[in-house]
Design a protein around this ligand. Structure first.
Ligand SMILES: [Fe+2]
Ligand SMILES: [Fe+2]
Length: 236
């Protein structure tokens, strides 16, 4: 049974996590290319940059989440969160293939995508999350997942709709599978996380989850081209 004080601390903690998620949406909206996605006017080069960088981190999602879940199990801590991490890892399986398919319909082969340079934001994201998953506090990955799924429920479906409506990119209707699917799925995923994380009272895990949410909020917006179309492309 939770005491009144514990209940309040838990509610405050979830509110702080939610604030990070909303701050991420605001930081993404402030990126020129993300703003153009919301208006539907992003050019093919900017959208391809976004999809390629997304591929370079999303391809690791199943491993990041699954390994964190299995390690948490081995440590004998928070069985429900270990279950949630493994389940989320499975949910992410194959999402990298949606990205490859969207990119193929925009004229990019898998070889080109694999050879493309990763942005520093992607390296920071994968480096940090592999660290927490394999050697840090494994529940931390849930902070990353929470803010990114919140962003996805708020923006992914809308980005897809607006870009299709404006049709500024040739073949765009065949190239929004990743965005459309996430817009449809991640509302439920966020609700499920709120339900399960609402029961977490361990301050160390709360802090770790919140810290990872902050890292994702700082790092993720930089996967877009810096300054939008005026930026120097990352060399392949
Ligand atoms: Fe996904
Ligand atoms: Fe999800």
């Amino acid at each position: 049974m939770q005491t009144q004080t514990e209940h309040q601390a838990g509610a405050n903690w979830l509110a702080a996590l939610d604030a990070e998620a909303r701050a991420l949406v605001a930081a993404v909206d402030a990126q020129p290319d993300a703003r153009r996605m919301l208006e539907g006017t992003l050019d093919a080069e900017g959208y391809i940059h976004y999809l390629v960088q997304t591929y370079h981190y999303a391809r690791w999602s199943t491993a990041l989440l699954g390994e964190a879940g299995h390690r948490l199990r081995r440590l004998g801590r928070h069985p429900e969160l270990a279950e949630l991490l493994v389940q989320k890892g499975e949910e992410e399986r194959g999402h990298d293939l949606w990205l490859l398919s969207d990119l193929k319909n925009l004229g990019w082969s898998q070889e080109q995508v694999e050879a493309a340079a990763k942005s520093p934001a992607v390296d920071a994201y994968t480096g940090w999350n592999f660290f927490t998953s394999r050697a840090g506090v494994p529940t931390a990955v849930l902070g990353t997942a929470y803010v990114l799924e919140y962003l996805s429920q708020t923006r992914a479906g809308r980005w897809a709709e607006r870009m299709q409506a404006a049709a500024a990119i040739p073949n765009i209707h065949k190239s929004v599978t990743f965005l459309r699917s996430h817009g449809a799925l991640d509302g439920d995923h966020v609700a499920e996380m709120v339900r399960i994380l609402g029961k977490l009272t361990d301050p160390e895990d709360q802090e770790a989850i919140l810290f990872s949410a902050r890292v994702a909020r700082s790092v993720y917006p930089r996967i877009f081209r810096e300054g939008g179309a005026s930026s120097r492309p990352l060399a392949a």
